[in-house]
Design a protein around this ligand. Structure first.
Ligand code: SF4
Length: 336
């Protein structure tokens, strides 16, 4: 039955929507060449497809389409205050892609976008120019895998490598690329940069299996973490978002012990810990998309428009993980 269901859907990226203007970019033709069997559909603006109303993300996740576009505005954003800046001044983020190949049940992108289709902006050079304008005024800490997971699609898009090259020539720029992938192989030929942080979100296998559809298991992510460290990269580990489920203490403890039995703790740049939190509006839309989700139907508390576990549970979870982690990592390297 499962196979039957699989065969009923088109393969990933069976259709590629391309803005007329994007067709003029080398990156667009490079990507299109990788999908010789896909149907190419010319469009005038990515939002005509991406932002249509009445789309069903859950169904689209089974067979997402690719949209190639030219980014015209908001090339970089200032980081929101709810986001961890790891002690850096001038925190910015940029989205050279929108949406993600993975399908985490708790992903806020389901509340942010009305589709599961993926947009790739083919004019990354314009984003570079915008970053350079800000760099002319002050240093920048830039998160480049925001609202997406760029390493997961590196073999198709190649934006990770472009950012690594860019960071090489801009020493007052610090970049973080965050991922749940096990796709380090796609960038392993690059030389590690002091100002480029590879950051892995780690979850217990119990959470991965039940709620992080299509993401690699913990062992696979850890394999990449170790490879990246071995090749001299700055590596951050993110235990964020912590997800409440029955028996959470047990499976999070097991995960932390596994992580530090394999990864040399002294080589880790820093760690972040945080519980699941999302804007009230996004949560409402997420629940519509996944009405049967146990995670999303938790009776969250809303404070200033942000929904999360009640204060006591949130503190219990963060403190519990913090206490486990501090056995291995100096406390000034742990961000909560
Ligand atoms: S990996 Fe991150 S961005 Fe991708 S679906 Fe999961 S939570 Fe969303």
């Amino acid at each position: 039955m499962k196979n039957l269901e699989k065969n009923l859907y088109n393969p990933y990226f069976s259709h590629i929507y391309v803005e007329k203007e994007a067709l003029e970019y080398f990156k667009a033709s490079e990507i299109i060449k990788k999908f010789p069997d896909s149907e190419i559909i010319e469009i005038s603006h990515y939002k005509d497809v991406f932002s249509r109303v009445h789309q069903n993300c859950t169904i689209q996740k089974k067979s997402p389409k690719l949209i190639l576009a030219v980014k015209k505005d908001h090339l970089i954003y200032e980081g929101a205050t709810v986001c961890e800046d790891f002690g850096n001044n001038h925190f910015y983020y940029t989205s050279t892609m929108m949406n993600c190949i993975y399908d985490c049940e708790y992903c806020y992108l389901q509340g942010m976008y009305s589709t599961a289709n993926i947009v790739v902006f083919v004019n990354i050079e314009d984003v570079f120019s915008e970053v350079e304008k800000v760099l002319a005024k002050h240093s920048v800490y830039l998160s480049v895998s925001y609202d997406t997971d760029i390493l997961a699609l590196e073999h198709v898009i190649g934006h990770g490598k472009r950012w690594i090259e860019f960071s090489k020539n801009h020493k007052n720029l610090k970049i973080e690329l965050r991922t749940k992938s096990a796709n380090f192989k796609a960038i392993e030929d690059m030389i590690s940069q002091e100002n480029f942080i590879l950051s892995w979100t780690l979850s217990p296998d119990k959470i991965i299996r039940s709620h992080e559809n299509r993401t690699p298991f913990l062992t696979e992510r850890l394999f990449d973490v170790k490879e990246a460290i071995r090749k001299g990269w700055q590596v951050r580990l993110c235990f964020d978002p912590l997800i409440y489920a029955k028996g959470w203490r047990g499976f999070y403890k097991e995960m932390i012990e596994k992580v530090f039995s394999e990864v040399p703790a002294e080589k880790i740049l820093d760690i972040s810990i945080g519980v699941f939190r999302v804007s009230k509006d996004y949560l409402m839309r997420m629940k519509k998309q996944r009405s049967d989700s146990v995670i999303l139907n938790y009776p969250f508390k809303s404070v200033d428009g942000v929904c999360s576990y009640d204060k006591k549970l949130a503190q219990d979870m963060v403190c519990y993980i913090y206490d486990l982690v501090k056995k291995y990592i100096a406390e000034d390297k742990i961000y909560t």
